[in-house]
Design a protein. Structure first.
Length: 217
């Protein structure tokens, strides 16, 4: 009949998905595998916040040498207060190999001489003992022309590097302002890679601004 509607066609049921004739060799044991428990890991356990170049003994020697060669004076900070040892640790770690060897061998010899003459590490010598170890090697030299003898060269270069790093620190600039002076290139300081690091109870220098290049002979 013309008015008769065709009966709806029932949707066909999809055929069942065939299962693998298992267990096949490459599936054996997969059902027994359990994922490892997720554990929280402290950030410092994955990556340290500070990559130090010098050994602990070398760094302790450098800190004591910094105190001896560039002490605090007339309201200005010492090399240690300015964070110069931390900066030199970073600088020498990124320097050419000959500079690294000069620093490492120089610090090692200074440590050895302190133990030989005073039976103590250089980090523990007093001012008089340190003067006996360092002063005989200090020389007057022209810029970029340090002494050629390796150890003599080290003592004079590290003295220059410590002074340069100290006077180019934010701590030095702030001291100059308190003295009523206008430091040159105000607002331009070197700064450590990780300014929040604290080492051995001493605050690392936390200057801001641009990095000034410090050269060593």
């Amino acid at each position: 009949m013309l008015g008769q509607q065709p009966s709806p066609v029932a949707p066909s049921t999809p055929p069942p998905v065939p299962t693998a004739p298992g267990p096949v060799p490459w599936m054996r044991g997969l059902s027994e595998i359990q994922p490892n428990a997720i554990k929280q890991i402290a950030p410092d356990a994955v990556a340290g916040t500070y990559a130090r170049f010098f050994t602990d003994t070398q760094y302790a020697t450098l800190r004591r040498l910094s105190e001896v060669l560039v002490p605090a004076m007339k309201g200005y900070p010492s090399a240690v207060d300015a964070g110069a040892p931390e900066f030199l640790d970073f600088l020498i770690g990124a320097s050419p190999q000959d500079q690294q060897q000069m620093y490492q061998s120089g610090l090692d010899r200074l440590e050895a001489e302190a133990r030989h003459r005073f039976n103590k590490p250089f980090a523990s010598v007093n001012a008089t003992e340190a003067d006996q170890l360092v002063r005989p090697w200090l020389r007057t030299w022209m810029t970029d022309h340090p002494p050629k003898e390796p150890y003599e060269r080290f003592i004079n270069v590290v003295h220059s590097d410590l002074r340069t790093a100290t006077v180019n620190s934010q701590a030095w600039g702030e001291a100059a302002k308190k003295q009523g002076q206008q430091p040159p290139d105000e607002g331009i300081f070197w700064y450590p890679v990780d300014p929040d690091v604290r080492r051995e109870g001493h605050a690392a220098c936390q200057p801001t601004g641009k990095k000034r290049r410090v050269t060593n002979g």
